[in-house]
Design a protein around this ligand. Structure first.
Ligand SMILES: [Fe+2]
Ligand SMILES: [Fe+2]
Length: 134
């Protein structure tokens, strides 16, 4: 599935949107490589990207939610923690050979945990900010 960055993905908070954009771009990069059968070359780079993402983006988003007094911070953080757990499992796998199955798994994780999370969970932060400003 090819996903392009578009306005619909913006939650309206500049810094968070910029980080989301880099997630989408990384997903595209993996998709392109997988399409030509070279996804395995990118595997460790993607794991490292996701690791940085967890360290930076999720914490950044949680800090922002605390600052604005977001009412759904607890359930949002629980979803982030679930992603942290999934990523830890991936990192602990320490693969010698990256199989197609592993590539499909990481592709799916990025889709479910990043894209759907942006659209369904992160979007609500933007809605909260808009509501509060009215
Ligand atoms: Fe996010
Ligand atoms: Fe989030």
């Amino acid at each position: 599935m090819f996903i392009e960055w578009k306005k619909d993905l913006e939650i309206g908070i500049e810094e968070i949107d910029a980080e989301h954009r880099s997630i989408i771009e990384t997903f595209q990069k993996l998709y392109e490589k997988m399409r030509v059968g070279e996804g395995h070359e990118l595997y460790s780079e993607i794991i490292k990207f996701l690791d940085d993402y967890v360290e930076n983006h999720l914490m950044h988003e949680e800090k922002y939610q605390t600052e604005i007094g977001y009412d759904e911070i607890e359930s949002h953080k629980a979803k982030h923690d679930e992603f942290r757990r999934i990523l830890k499992e991936l990192k602990d796998d320490k693969l010698d050979i990256v199989t197609n199955e592993e590539l499909l798994k990481i592709n799916q994780i990025m889709k479910d945990w990043l894209l759907h999370h942006i659209l369904e969970v992160d979007m609500k932060i933007g809605e909260f900010v808009k509501r509060r400003n009215v």
